[in-house]
Write a protein that binds this ligand. Structure first.
Ligand code: ADP
Ligand code: MG
Length: 241
């Protein structure tokens, strides 16, 4: 579903933030990306829906070569949902309208159909009773669950999460992780940047540890947590566990 082949990226032609990344993510897989702050995790997952360009290498997402400048990235974007650390809901739209906006505008789905999909998703994330609320009336955990529902409303094949619980108060982290765990049981492909190592242990098919833009370890959660190979991963785990 996602193939990174020899991916390099430089910011401003000098900061080497992705350094020969090779990674294959299969359909339905859940890959957790972890590593120190500034190691390139956000840059890496943002390349998957073209939010960041790459400087070198080949990136194929669902058979579409997005490293080819001739590729139209818009079609791909509707197949890839993205959930950010900051929930980024539209403040002037109700919860329901936040979720139906893209399906109606981008996918040209009928309003009634988009609403029925949205209500089903709101039910799944436990927020059906908040459909008419505005983002400012919701807690951070609730906003993030709406953001996940909004991403899913486009019926993407891939969902990307960039530290989805990092901006939340501790008591709200669990409710968001639960939604993500439920999602992971389905056949959607997920790449998740997170420091929630409990989530990684429980849900990930693979854990990728990245430092200075390089993949240092790529292992099953058991291998990674019980027997990290590199000194850097050991140090990292000491800090986050
Ligand atoms: P992480 O998500 O692991 O914290 P990032 O991918 O956000 O790391 O950043 C990797 C490096 O690239 C950092 O040194 C960061 O300061 C730098 N960086 C990120 N975005 C930009 C940008 N738009 N322009 C220049 N440098 C950037
Ligand atoms: Mg980041």
């Amino acid at each position: 579903m996602i193939e990174f082949k020899g991916i390099h990226k430089w910011y401003n032609k000098k900061l080497h933030v992705l350094n020969d990344v090779n990674l294959f993510v299969k359909k339905g897989e859940v890959v957790v990306v972890c590593g120190p702050s500034g190691s390139g995790k956000s840059t890496l997952i943002r390349t998957v829906n073209g939010l960041e360009s790459i400087s070198e290498g080949t990136l194929i997402v669902d058979g579409i070569n997005i490293s080819d400048p001739k590729t139209n990235i818009n079609k791909l974007r509707s197949e890839v949902g993205f959930v950010f650390q900051q929930f980024n809901l539209y403040p002037h739209l109700s919860v329901l309208d936040n979720i139906t906006l893209a399906p109606i505008k981008v996918k040209k789905i009928k309003k009634s159909e988009a609403e029925s999909i949205a209500l089903d998703l709101l039910n799944k994330v436990g927020l059906l009773n908040k459909k008419d609320s505005f983002p400012a009336q919701l807690s951070g955990g609730q906003q993030q669950r709406v953001a996940i529902a909004r991403g899913l409303a486009m019926q993407p094949k891939i969902m990307l999460f960039d530290e989805p619980t990092s901006a939340l108060d501790p008591e709200m982290i669990g409710e968001v992780l639960k939604v993500m765990k439920d999602l992971a049981k389905g056949d959607i492909t997920m790449m998740v940047v997170t420091h929630e190592m409990g989530f990684a242990r429980e849900v990930a098919d693979r854990v990728v540890f990245i430092d200075f833009g390089k993949i240092i370890e790529e292992a099953t959660p058991e291998e990674f947590f019980n027997n990290p190979k590199s000194e850097r991963a050991k140090q990292f785990l000491k800090q986050v566990l």
